[in-house]
Each structure stands twice: as structure tokens, then as C-alpha cells.
Design a protein around this ligand. Structure first.
Ligand code: PGA
Length: 240
């Protein structure tokens, strides 16, 4: 696990964008694993700038997203489907048929999880997986627990996550209590993983990556078993 410590959020976003853009320049049909939340928004803005400058194209790029609330309608402005269109897809030349997000509208959540895992497996494999990290160390919606799932699954959200995400909703009661999420095994299959963290509220989780043991109580520590993980964080998250 390699750490790149940046001065601030903007520098963190630029560092991450450079790695992704460099890949797209040499591999036009790269497969990206994408994340939502406030942290990757700067990265997506940088990628849109690179696209507008004519430096990269998403024409042949495929994407898989980490997770989606369940149940949620795609036109709900808090759905991750809406988020991806709003923050990236509608601004670049990506073919929406090449984008895949767990379907929060699926009638059968278990089947959707199985199908999603099959769709990832049938692809050529995620080249770069972007991750944020929860204050509690979650990745995707793999929440701290005594056991973690390997594959895409339906999960409940912890109180900590519901509270952290309530800032996006009109009231905490409107935050969905469940989600569909890639499992730790799905995430670990990516060839390269970039984990982004910004702000002092992520410091405890980042400390666990720097110094801690492997523990399912901080799901992100499982990434120590992957041989190409870059943690790009600002000084506040790193604890400087
Ligand atoms: P955030 O969420 O980027 O909004 O802080 C990260 C996460 O919960 O994984």
C-alpha cells in the first residue's frame, strides 16, 4: 500500500485524475470502477477538464459502480445513478450502455447482486477501482462487522453511515437503510485501487491503514492484501 500525501483536496483530486487519465491515454477501452460520495467529485471534475481539453475520451470506456442505495428510484437525486450522470457521465462522451451500477429499482435484490457480480466477472476486469473511505473505515457499503462478504450483496447501513450520509438528505429519516454493494472480493479483483481521503474526519480510518492490523472492524484494512493500492489523501486525513 502506497501513500501519496497531498497539500489539500484539489491536489488530491489532480493526483488521482493524472493516474486515471494516463491509463485512458494508453488504454482507450479501460474499465473503471467508480465511487460516489463527496470525495471523488474533484477527481471527476478534473477528468471532465481533461476530456474538454481533448486529452482523453470515454467513448470506449466501461464502468462499474461500487454501490447503490436500495431500494431507490433512478430519478431520485440522491441515487448513485443520478449522481454519476450529474457528476461525470453527462459531461463526457461515455456510452451509457457501457456504464453499470447496481440497480436500486430491482424487484429482487439478491438476484440483482448475483447478476451484477456475473456482469463484472464477464468483463475484462476493472483496471482501476476508485474508492472513498467511510469515517468508520467502510469501503463501498462494506460496513465494520465480524464477517465481511466477498461478493456483491444487499446490506444494512450502520447508524454511523446513515448519520454521515444524512447531510445529503432533507432529513435523516429519508436516508435509505439498505444498499447493494460490491463485496471485498469484488473490489480486490481490480488490477489497481486508488483510495481517496480528505479531511481530519477520515484520519482515524487512515491511521488504521498506516499502522493497524487487518481487521474486519475496519473493512478498508483488507486492502493491505492487494498488491497495487495507492492511498491518495490530504494532510488532514493523513494526520499531519
Ligand atoms: P464521502 O464518503 O466521500 O462522502 O466522505 C466516502 C464513503 O463513505 O465511502
Amino acid at each position: 500500500m502506497k501513500f501519496i500525501v497531498c497539500e489539500n483536496y484539489d491536489e488530491m483530486s489532480k493526483e488521482a485524475a493524472k493516474i486515471v487519465a494516463d491509463l485512458l491515454k494508453v488504454k482507450k477501452d479501460a474499465i473503471l470502477g467508480l465511487a460516489t460520495g463527496s470525495t471523488p467529485i474533484g477527481l471527476y471534475k478534473e477528468l471532465i477538464s481533461e476530456y474538454n481539453a481533448g486529452n482523453i475520451s470515454f467513448k470506449d470506456v466501461k464502468t462499474f459502480n461500487l454501490d447503490e442505495y436500495y431500494p431507490i428510484n433512478k430519478d431520485n437525486d440522491q441515487s448513485y445513478y443520478y449522481f454519476m450522470n450529474d457528476n461525470l457521465f453527462s459531461h463526457v462522451d461515455i456510452d451509457l450502455n457501457n456504464t453499470d451500477i447496481p440497480n436500486g429499482e430491482a424487484a429482487d435484490a439478491e438476484k440483482e447482486c448475483e447478476d451484477y457480480e456475473k456482469r463484472i466477472a464477464a468483463s475484462a476486469g476493472v483496471d482501476i477501482q476508485i474508492l472513498g473511505i467511510g469515517q468508520n473505515g467502510h469501503i463501498g457499503f462494506n460496513e465494520p462487522d465480524s464477517e465481511l462478504y466477498m461478493a456483491t450483496h444487499l446490506t444494512g447501513l450502520t447508524e454511523n453511515t446513515i448519520e454521515a450520509n444524512s447531510r445529503f438528505f432533507e432529513s435523516i429519516d429519508l436516508v435509505p437503510k439498505s444498499a447493494l454493494t460490491m463485496g471485498i472480493g469484488s473490489i480486490m479483483k481490480a488490477k489497481k485501487i486508488i483510495l481517496l481521503a480528505s479531511g481530519a474526519n477520515k484520519n482515524e480510518a487512515i491511521e488504521a491503514l498506516k499502522n493497524g492490523m487487518l481487521t474486519t472492524n475496519v473493512p478498508a484494512t483488507m486492502l493491505k492484501l492487494h498488491d497495487d493500492v495507492v492511498v491518495i489523501c490530504d494532510k488532514a486525513a493523513y494526520g499531519e
